[in-house]
Each structure stands twice: as C-alpha cells, then as structure tokens.
Design a protein. Structure first.
Length: 373
C-alpha cells in the first residue's frame, strides 16, 4: 500500500470543516451551542446537522486507519512517541489555555462584569471543568492507549477474512459493530453523562469508528476503491451521494425529535433503535462519498496540501475560542444574519491562519506544543 495522499488530505479537511461548523452553529436552531445568535434560521440548522452527522466519526475512522498503519510499519515505540508529541502535548495546551474560554464566555453572558482571571482560578474544579472542543484529542489519546493493549494478531486475522470479500460486506460488519456497541453503551449512559468532561456515550460511539479505521487498514481496503472507469466511478459517487442525502434527511428527523438525553430503555425502544442506527450509518455513508471525492480530486500533494496538513491541527485548536469571542460580541449586532455569518467566518479563518503563520509556524517550541511535525 503506497502513500495515500487523499487520506492525508481528507483528515485535514475533516478538521478544517470544523471552522465552518462552529461558525454556522451560532446561527442554527434546534442544535445547542455555547453562545448563539438570538435570531437563528433553518438553513444553518440543516447545514450543521449534516456536518454533525459525519464529521467527527470520519475523523476517527481516519485516525484509526493511521494508528494501524503506524504501529504496523514503524512499531510500538514510534506509535506511542507520536501519541505523546502529536496528541497529548497539544491536548494539555488546549485544556489549560483554550478550553476555559468557552465556559468563561457562557458565564459572562449572565455576569457581564466577570473577569477572566477570577473565573480561570475556579475552572479546574470538578464543578466547572469542561473540555470544550479539546474533547476529541482527549478521546483520541485514550483510544491510542486502548489500541496499544488490543491483541494485534487477532485484529489482523479477523480483518484478513475480508481481504478477498467485496467492500459492501466490510461496510455491513462495521455498521453492525458500531450500532451494537453504541446501543449497548446507551443502555447504561444517556447523552451528557460525563466524567471529567468525557461523555460516556460519545466515547463508546466514537471508539467504534476509531476501531473501524484500524480494521479497515488491516483489511487492505478503503471500503471503496477508484473504479477503472471514470464513468463508473462518477456513477458510484452519485449513487452514494443520493443515498447519503436520504440517510441525512431521516437522521435529521430522528435527531431533532428523539433526543438521546434518556438511556435506551427509558425511551421508545424501536424509535431509539432507528435513531442509533441512522447515527451509525451516516458516517460510513459519507465516508464513502468523501473517499471517492478525494480519490478523484484530492489524491495528490503540493505546497497547498502540505500547508493545510501541517496547519490543520493548530488552526483547529485556536479557531474555537476565536469563534466564541466573535459570537459573544456579534450576538446583539443588528445585521442581516447571512452577512453576519459570513463576516464571522471570515474573521475566524483570517485570525486562525494568521496565528499559525505569524506565531506557530516559525517557532520550533510552539510547533511542538501544537503538535506540528
């Protein structure tokens, strides 16, 4: 298996898509966020629920894929060293310096004279602590530790059974695994049941996709491979997009009418089962779509590609507090909502990339702190 540039590019895309998501969610109804505009309109809601239906699971599939690859090709020590340098250190930086901003601004909405210094001193108490957007690094680090203890020979033998099978069989097996694990977890944990900021249900749900990525690597498949025929590849892509839109419409209906705040057996059992099935199905479908798209148009490397791969993590880490500050100061601004969103997004993208270019990029120490190779 040669270098898969489209997977590298897809990983940075999944991270950077978060900038658009966290800007649009400020103006979206029916989906909660730390600070939101008083006026919100449905198009932003549809857009945010669509991204929400696949983005982070897609990222964890890719992370699991690369975890299997690095462990196999470079060994356990290199893998663990990478977890420390690329995940644990940026995770600590994010929790200490970036995560408190979200909860401070939430408090400041109702306590306008609250100072950041006074709030920061209380942030690390059990009552106030939260991970903000750093949760994905916390989960990813813990998944890496769990992966280190998984029996690699068993995973290889199990995944080798699919090497000569059609991709659809692997797709179905991974869907059943993620559905079963999420359903089992939800039998014990409602959404929002957390320990030190780790949402127990989401932890299990996202782990299913991380493990799925490991399994995909060892199976030697990317679920979908480029068709020999350009026409055949385009036809397959259109079919998956149409299937993805059908799944999304159904997911939106269940996600907005059947919240997961109660454990599985306390809700409508069959209704909740369909909700969880759609919750697990959507990421795999859209993973197929984006793999096909990036195989066709993002399977290469160059200066822009390398820049985005290098910058995606630090930009993602700093964009969230910037976006929250913009949301906080824009919330009472009397301006057309679409224009406000576009201005919001422009500010966040500009300041986030300026931070990387002017501060992180040319500093060896800061590059290490933000997980840049």
């Amino acid at each position: 298996m040669g270098r898969l540039y489209y997977i590298d590019n897809l990983r940075s895309f999944a991270l950077l898509l978060g900038i658009v998501f966290h800007s649009a969610i400020v103006y979206a109804p029916k989906i909660g966020y730390a600070i939101q505009n008083p006026e919100r309109i449905e198009p932003f809601g549809y857009f945010c629920f669509w991204i929400h239906s696949f983005r982070m699971p897609l990222f964890f599939i890719i992370s699991g894929f690369f975890s299997g690859l690095v462990w196999e090709k470079k060994g356990a020590l290199h893998f663990l060293k990478g977890r420390w340098e690329r995940i644990f250190i940026p995770m600590l930086v994010g929790i200490v310096f970036l995560a408190p901003v979200q909860y401070f601004l939430i408090q400041k909405v109702s306590h306008p004279h609250l100072s950041y210094f006074n709030y920061y001193l209380s942030f690390f108490s059990k009552a106030e602590f939260g991970q903000s957007h750093i949760w994905f690094l916390v989960n990813l680090f813990l998944y890496g530790i769990l992966f280190a203890f998984l029996p690699k020979d068993f995973i290889k033998k199990a995944s080798s059974l699919f090497q000569k099978k059609h991709e659809s069989i692997l797709f179905f097996v991974l869907l059943v695994f993620s559905f079963s694990l999420t359903l089992l977890a939800h039998s014990f944990f409602p959404r929002g049941d957390n320990e030190f900021g780790i949402d127990k249900l989401l932890f299990c749900y996202q782990f299913a996709f991380f493990f799925g990525g490991v399994f995909i690597y060892h199976s030697g498949k990317i679920l979908i491979t480029v068709s020999e025929s350009a026409a055949g590849s385009s036809f397959r892509l259109v079919n998956w997009i149409l299937f993805g839109m059908i799944v999304y419409v159904l997911f939106y209906e269940w996600e907005t009418t059947d919240p997961l705040w109660m454990p599985y057996f306390r809700g409508g059992v069959y209704n909740r089962m369909i909700h969880i099935l759609l919750w697990c199905l959507s990421p795999f479908v859209w993973f197929q779509v984006f793999v096909l798209l990036f195989q066709k148009w993002g399977n290469g490397t160059g200066e822009i590609s390398k820049y985005l791969i290098d910058s995606s993590l630090p930009v993602y880490l700093v964009h969230h507090p910037i976006s929250l500050f913009v949301a906080f100061y824009f919330r009472n601004w009397d301006f057309p909502i679409v224009g406000k969103f576009l201005f919001h997004l422009l500010i966040v993208i500009s300041l986030s990339f300026l931070f990387y270019d002017l501060i992180v990029k040319n500093s060896t120490g800061l590059k290490k702190l933000f997980g840049v190779k």
